[in-house]
Design a protein around this ligand. Sequence first.
Ligand SMILES: Nc1ncnc2c1ncn2[C@@H]1O[C@H](COP(=O)(O)OP(=O)(O)OP(=O)(O)O)[C@@H](O)[C@H]1O
Ligand SMILES: O=C(O)c1ccc[n+]([C@@H]2O[C@H](COP(=O)([O-])O)[C@@H](O)[C@H]2O)c1
Length: 217
Amino acid sequence: MASTLKTIALFGGTFNPVHFGHLRMALELKQVLGFDQMRLLPSHQPAHRAEPGVSAQARRDMLALALEHCTELQLDERELQRNGPTYTVDTLEELRAELGYQVSISFCMGLDSLLGLPAWHRWEQLLTLAHLVVVTRPGWQIPRDGEVAELLLRHRGELADLQREAAGRILLREQTLLPISATGIRSLIKSGRSPQFLLPERVLDYIQTHQLYKSEQ
Ligand SMILES: Nc1ncnc2c1ncn2[C@@H]1O[C@H](COP(=O)(O)OP(=O)(O)OP(=O)(O)O)[C@@H](O)[C@H]1O
Ligand SMILES: O=C(O)c1ccc[n+]([C@@H]2O[C@H](COP(=O)([O-])O)[C@@H](O)[C@H]2O)c1
């Protein structure tokens, strides 16, 4: 019988700021898919978007506050320690060098990110290093042709594959997302309205103390 590997999941993002949409998604994936660890991975200098107006340190501090009383989710700061654009493939290579191949690593993302995957740095190597867990919304559309459709055809797998193989599968998981975005939170603050109840109270206190998002950030 095939043995079961230790399973580590990563949930990467800009987290500018972290909100309940991110936190619920990470916690649900960990619990439903039974990962041994779920690590939230703030990016330093996001590769495919404008540099955030709020420092990496402040985005990290807000994430640390959000996770302070949560034993199920961990903060992984490795991308903040690397200079230059943050590429996921570099992070996964670093993790593999540390952990070897007796561990299953899953990188979690939304379907939107999967559709943009062919633009990621050295994207063909991602599945040699990790599985992808792709969260879709009810009524989602998987592409029928193109590079992503071919990728799905070759790599689509089940939960059991993630538990016995180190990398190389794509698991599609349907999940309802909370309708919250960091962009929405920033624009509420900028227009003088409150984002209370969309993110943890301690994160809101941090934003207010440091006067974040009042101008274009
Ligand atoms: N409401 C949500 N529920 C679950 N996952 C989310 C939600 N919003 C974003 N995500 C996912 O969280 C990860 C990190 O996203 P990111 O930090 O860009 O947050 P965001 O709220 O989408 O930010 P922005 O509005 O600035 O684009 C991505 O994989 C994204 O798909
Ligand atoms: O490696 C890349 O080229 C790459 C391109 C776009 C996004 N990513 C990663 O995808 C995750 C979500 O990104 P974002 O921009 O939606 O917050 C985050 O961990 C990013 O580092 C990675």
